[in-house]
Design a protein around this ligand. Structure first.
Ligand SMILES: [Zn+2]
Ligand SMILES: [Zn+2]
Length: 165
């Protein structure tokens, strides 16, 4: 949970601004685990809501689609969104609201992080992936399987007979 106190701003006149430095270590943001989240957000009181903008850098735990190992993906998220005031209705478009002076940015951060997370994350451009024969993670060294073992060699002779039917 990323909760900030916006009491002053919620009661201020339009045009009032507030800057908040964010520095969070390992945390859970909804279903995501992050190793860090930091940056600066600027909040501006508008007539009907609060506008937030700023850039945050974060490291999100995810799984490499090539070698299936967990790793931290470094992301930069650029927020530019509205936070509604007490009493306003929450919608998918405006998922966060100031309640008793506090705002929980989690739903908003989740939206931005999911947008930035690659759909096929890869731990490193040089990731060697898994051996197609034994499933060994090749980033940890060779597995001993034949480099060029062809399909035909791998087929059991009994299957070979069925194939010919
Ligand atoms: Zn990998
Ligand atoms: Zn292998």
């Amino acid at each position: 949970m990323i909760r900030l106190n916006l009491t002053t701003l919620a009661h201020a006149k339009p045009g009032h601004r507030q800057t908040v430095k964010i520095k969070v270590g390992a945390a859970e943001i909804g279903e995501l685990q992050v190793a860090c989240l930091q940056g600066e957000l600027s909040f501006a009181r508008m007539a009907d809501d609060i506008f937030v903008e700023g850039t945050l850098s974060t490291e999100v735990k995810t799984t490499c689609t090539r070698c299936l190992a967990e790793f931290l993906a470094s992301l930069e998220i650029k927020l530019a969104d509205e936070i509604t005031l007490p009493g306003a209705e929450l919608t998918p478009e405006y998922p966060v609201r100031v309640e008793n002076g506090w705002v929980d940015l989690t739903p908003l951060l989740l939206q931005y992080i999911w947008l930035e997370l690659p759909s096929n994350p890869i731990c490193s451009p040089n990731c060697k992936g898994l051996c197609p024969h034994c499933g060994h993670n090749l980033n940890g060294g060779e597995c001993g399987c034949e480099e060029e073992s062809s399909e035909e060699v791998a087929i059991d002779p009994r299957w070979q007979a069925i194939r010919q039917l």
